[in-house]
Design a protein around this ligand. Sequence first.
Ligand code: SAJ
Length: 427
Amino acid sequence: MTKLCVLGLGYIGLPTAAMFATHGIQVVGVDVNGEVVDTLNNGDVHIHEPGLKTLVAAARKSCSLRIATAPESADAFIIAVPTPLIRAGDGRRPMADLRHVCAAAEAIVPQLAPGNLVVLESTVPPRTVTDVLLPILRRSGLHISGEAGSEASEDDLLVAHCPERVLPGRILEELVGNDRVIGGVDRRSAEAARELYASFVQGTMLLTDATTAEMVKLMENTYRDVNIALANEFSLVAEGLGIDVWEAIALANRHPRVNILKPGPGVGGHCIAVDPWFIVEVAPEATHLIQAARRVNDSMPEQTVRRVRQALLGIEQPVVACLGLSYKGGTGDMRESPAIRVVELLGAQGCRVRAYDPYVEPGRVRGQVCSMKEALDGANAVLVLTDHPEFVGLPASELAGEDGRLVLDTRACLDHGASQSQPPGRQ
Ligand code: SAJ
């Protein structure tokens, strides 16, 4: 039986570790955060994801998942640690912070044995495996498979990049069902990684080299970011023209080869707002479109606040009810959330914010209230920032109240009655 060590028990590492453990692999899940380890050892999970608690409990019950604070020897290692952005803030472009990847790789070096497989799952800039990971792994003294210097041997260290591509909210089903890109430093490494993932992946496994796999993952999220930026830019143009962007997009999407995404208050989450910068980092001169898209999406919270302020001109310290704080519907995840930026900007511009999010525990955000009623009472305007199921289909007229206050539905998720849809910025 294979023994696997998974480093990083976050949004990807924990579901992945539990998935392997419930498919015949002995797994040691490692996290450097003592609180995470304690939570898991107490039978709880620190991540809200449908089905995850049950899966982790099943893995723990069968004794195939152990939680630890340091890696131990194994047949295979998966590194699934965060790769956040370093935002220098002095005009320099953001870039990937690879400290956690380096620390995880350094931690496994003393445990590596001949014939081991090391997989990097974290999203990284192109060439991280070859330029950053391999130099650390070479410190083990093992020969890396496919590298010059000696004949291919069973003792070679196998190395691959297998980026995750699961959607938060559907992680467990997508881990199993999605096609998986497997990028080996050589063919033998890719085949070994395919064999490992075959224990639960039902999608097609697509073998390539490590740098291509790194680029593929970034291209997927950049494709989405650029297309959302296009929709957001359309919304700004439509506002100037006084037309309904949602209606225009719906009509354009009736073309058989057009699929415009949805405009909104900006792009959040730990992936789409981050990953395009990893491409920019390696090719700043060749990425004008990608950089422009990032700027458009990052400007949308300001645009949203401008629309509210314009409608409330003349009201001193207006009360603005903000519905939704997380980066997208159905989750309490507030990482890079444009809603948080909107709330901050409103506060900075003298508005009194009452923010309500049924998925975010009270006390996390300034101005947060515990119920929709509390948010709406006495508000001069209502701003819908997240398309939570609880908000979808609510009649806009009800939120507008008797006085017909402004209702800005940035997600077009309310029921706007006869008009069907509504352009942002209009009542
Ligand atoms: N958004 C829009 N308009 C749209 C679609 C999304 O404004 O038409 C906004 C959302 O509201 C949210 C942000 O974009 O703020 C991102 O949400 P998302 O649902 O598009 O994506 P994530 O970040 O939850 O997950 C993405 C997925 N990537 C793609 O769909 C290409 C997922 O498959 C990846 O695994 C994940 O990033 C990741 O880990 O990289």
